[in-house]
Design a protein around this ligand. Structure first.
Ligand code: NAI
Length: 229
């Protein structure tokens, strides 16, 4: 596998899309797939797919396409999902509870094995959405990370607590942080941080809709648009 050089982040992100599509094809008993078909299903060009995969090695055979199982296995290895990861979650609130209920993570090899919160009313009680997990006190954080060999953490605490908790997680040995709090974490370069902010995504969506509306307004009669006062 070729992993030298700088691989663009969008190419790595698209690997997850390729994997999901390949898994669907495998469920349909498909043995091979062409880059054209894969691209068609994902609304990408076949040359984009070939270019992305070329960052990681040589795949596929002319006239035959990609071996679905082989490419699936390879992409899982590249993404590090050919193994199971023990994951913890901090913040058993609205978001944390919803995430705890989602069984799809385990199917992808991400096993949520511990949930922590600072609220004494929640500690020692089952997570409302997933009674197989009990909310633990932060006093157990370091010990649990070590004993359960946890490498990834999901941060679902309020923004004001996020930096401190994240640093504590990193100091305790967490190697990858998934951050939902709307803050830019500073935890050093050795730790991988992935952040999701739906509000930012919605702003991008609103921008795109506003732009397309502005562009088409020259053609269409004006339509009532709600504005913030
Ligand atoms: P919430 O208030 O329902 O839950 C927060 C939980 O964190 C509570 O159970 C609270 O006891 C706990 N907590 C507070 N301080 C803590 C600490 N120092 N250590 C451990 N636990 C602590 O809030 P909600 O709605 O679940 O949101 C959680 C976070 O996720 C917030 O930062 C929010 O802004 C963010 N969020 C992000 C979204 C996104 O798209 N990225 C979407 C929704 C929420």
């Amino acid at each position: 596998m070729k992993t030298d050089g700088n691989i663009p982040a969008p190419a790595v992100r698209r690997l997850s899309l390729y994997l999901r599509q390949l898994e669907l094809l495998w469920q349909d008993d498909r043995q091979t797939v062409s880059s054209k078909e894969l691209g068609g299903a994902l609304r990408l060009t076949d040359s984009q797919i070939r270019k992305d995969l070329a960052y990681f090695g040589q795949f596929g055979q002319a006239g035959i396409g990609y071996d679905v199982l082989e490419l699936t296995t390879t992409i899982r290895r590249i993404l590090g999902t050919d193994r199971n990861w023990n994951v913890l979650l901090v913040g058993a609130g609205n978001l944390g509870s919803a995430l705890s209920a989602y069984r799809g993570f385990a199917k992808k090899g991400f096993r949520l094995v511990a949930v922590f919160d600072s609220d004494v009313r929640k500690i020692g009680k089952p997570v409302t959405s997933n009674p197989s997990l009990t909310v633990q006190s932060l006093a157990d954080l370091e010990k649990t990370i070590e004993q359960r060999d946890i490498e990834l953490a999901i941060n679902a605490v309020p923004a004001e607590a996020a930096q401190e908790i994240s640093q504590r997680l990193v100091d305790a040995g967490i190697r990858g942080l998934f951050n939902f709090a709307p803050v830019n974490l500073d935890v050093g370069a050795k730790v991988a941080v992935a952040s999701v902010d739906l509000a930012v995504q919605l702003e991008q969506l609103s921008f795109q809709v506003s732009m397309s509306q502005t562009l088409s307004e020259t053609d269409k009669p004006p339509r009532g648009r709600k504005r913030k006062s």
